[in-house]
Design a protein around this ligand. Structure first.
Ligand code: PBG
Length: 327
């Protein structure tokens, strides 16, 4: 079946032909929108490096969630900032913390919207690391206890899915146990399983005020050069009870998404992170690329690689284009 008998261009001639043989369909069903919740009232701070993204107090957050629901996006992921930070990140599990309050209010108004919560300590600790310290080292096992408390406080407030992003060993098991012991066996866990130590998180650290005050995260996040290790991380998390696993970032890790998709029987999420968003926004603002087109190309490629779900700051923009029949 070679040229001239077979001519692949025959199916590229018209949009209707292309539609009929298209292999990957990006749909609003894949999208999850990240939101940053602040303490207080009337807060709406634009994040400079992420045009269109804001730090929001709960009142403004609800307006934003309304818009997410109007875009028919199935879920959000919440990140919280505390009133004040301490060594142990203790505001992360405060019953009246911004995330816990936000979950309750959102669930009051939109019980069907999927609420995912990020579980990590870096936004809440004075040192900006994702766990508690002894000297300059992040302590793994001592951190697990705190993470389990944070997860439980989110579940009690009504979160559907708990997403630990700290990269401590054993955290999925610790969280599952604490949820089950307290009657939250229906609360799901989305594990940030293959989370790389990436330069693409830069803008997020402005949004979440979570930059480490010394050193970096290489002692707990994955080396960007590794892929076998990603599979071991996913295997561990699945064994510990992860209902869904994540690869993060997305664009530079499409190979990992594909490998996880092929080798594990769990839904796969991909986090298209802040730096991926910022790059496209910046280039588009300069007129160097067509921002909408590149956004849709990137999101489609993540689905093509095998992701079932994409966490993306583009969720609303992409949903709007899809609604208008963009292809
Ligand atoms: C918290 C966390 C980070 C991101 C999600 N959860 C930052 C980090 O690990 O430094 C990054 C998300 C993004 O860049 O959009 N640990």
């Amino acid at each position: 079946m070679y040229f001239p008998v077979y001519r692949p261009r025959r199916f590229r001639r018209t949009e209707n032909l292309r539609r009929m043989v298209r292999e990957t369909r990006l749909s609003v069903d894949h999208l999850v929108y990240p939101l940053f919740v602040m303490p207080g009232k009337g807060v709406k701070n634009p994040v400079q490096s992420m045009p269109g993204v804001f730090q929001l107090s709960v009142d403004h957050l609800l307006e934003e969630v309304r818009s997410v629901v109007e875009h028919n996006i199935p879920g959000i992921i919440l990140f919280g900032l505390p009133e004040k930070k301490d060594e142990h990140g203790s505001e992360a599990y405060a019953d009246k913390g911004p995330v816990q309050q936000a979950i309750r209010k959102i669930k009051d108004k939109w019980p069907d919207l999927t609420v995912i919560t990020d579980v990590c300590l870096c936004e809440y600790t004075s040192h900006g690391h994702c766990g508690i310290l002894r000297g300059d080292e992040v302590q793994n096992d001592a951190t697990l206890e705190i993470l389990a408390r944070v997860a439980l406080s989110h579940a009690k407030a009504g979160a559907d899915i708990i997403a630990p992003s700290d990269m401590m060993d054993g955290r999925v098991g610790a969280i599952r146990e604490s949820l089950d012991e307290n009657g939250f066996e229906q609360t799901a866990i989305l594990a940030y399983s293959a989370k790389y130590c990436s330069g693409f998180y830069g803008p997020f650290r402005e949004a979440a005020d979570s930059a480490p005050q010394f050193g970096d995260r290489r002692a707990y996040q994955m080396d960007v050069a590794n892929s076998e290790e990603a599979l071991r991380e996913v295997a561990l998390d699945v064994e510990e009870g992860a209902d869904m696993v994540m690869v993060k970032p997305a664009l530079s890790y499409l190979d990992i998404i594909r490998r996880v998709r092929d080798e594990f029987d769990r839904p796969v999420a991909a986090y298209s992170v802040s730096g991926e968003y910022a790059m496209i926004k910046a280039a588009a603002a300069n007129g160097w690329i067509d921002g909408d087109r590149v956004m849709m190309e990137v999101l489609t490629s993540i689905v093509r690689a095998g992701a079932d779900m994409i966490l993306t700051y583009f969720a609303k923009d992409a949903a709007a284009l899809l609604q208008n029949g963009y292809r």
